[in-house]
Ligand binder design. Structure first.
Ligand code: AMP
Length: 191
């Protein structure tokens, strides 16, 4: 059976967004990126955006009180009933504990945690080439630190549900490896 309730983990620049987008098309489930939600809120200057902006610009994590309610609401929406790909959440062990509790309430167990592994020097190169507003050298360094300090422990929290995938290779090869782990059924040979 294809797995459809996934957390996508990995440092900034590992390719989570690209791969999550591909999987969301294959699996027909929503791609829920807390970074995208925050950037959209900031662009529209919503109350959430106004509160989040300083943290995002500095490469710091946004406080849980801004994130947890948003996840609870989003996972309760109709299109999230049959699965989802979470990208950028959970970022801390308390967020992971919150998610486990929420999924218990929703009776939607998490099926797999995918972590893309890429060495730091490659991440910095990729992020500088990407050029998002929070992709300047100082903020990048801080985001990588935050990842190692606060987000990497989440991988230990997930241990048995975790699959680490080498993200330091061409995107297509990463997608093939992910498909195997998700047990996506092969395309029928004849249409
Ligand atoms: P991303 O697009 O996932 O790299 O996220 C961009 C920025 O949004 C991060 O550097 C944080 O400032 C903020 N952010 C995204 N997701 C979270 C989260 N789960 N918890 C706290 N802050 C987050």
């Amino acid at each position: 059976m294809t797995k459809k309730r996934l957390v996508f983990s990995g440092p900034p620049g590992a390719g989570k967004g690209t791969q999550a987008q591909r999987l969301t098309e294959m699996l027909q489930v929503p791609h829920i990126s807390t970074g995208d939600i925050l950037r959209d809120a900031i662009a529209r200057s919503t109350p959430l955006g106004v509160k989040a902006k300083g943290f995002v610009d500095a490469g710091e994590l946004v406080p849980d009180e801004l994130i947890l309610g948003l996840i609870r609401e989003r996972l309760g929406e109709e299109d999230a009933r049959d699965g989802w790909i979470l990208d950028g959440f959970p970022r801390t062990v308390p967020q992971a504990e919150f998610l486990d509790q929420l999924l218990l309430e929703l009776e939607q167990p998490l099926e797999l945690v995918l972590a893309l592994d890429v060495p730091d020097n490659i991440l910095v190169e990729r992020l500088l080439a990407r050029g998002r507003k929070d992709d300047n050298e100082e903020t990048i360094r801080r985001r990588l630190e935050v990842y190692r300090e606060q987000t990497e422990p989440v991988n230990e929290f997930y241990q048995l549900r975790l699959q680490v995938v080498d993200g330091n290779r061409p995107p297509h090869e990463v997608t093939v490896a992910l498909r195997k782990l998700l047990e996506v059924e092969p395309e029928p040979e004849h249409a």
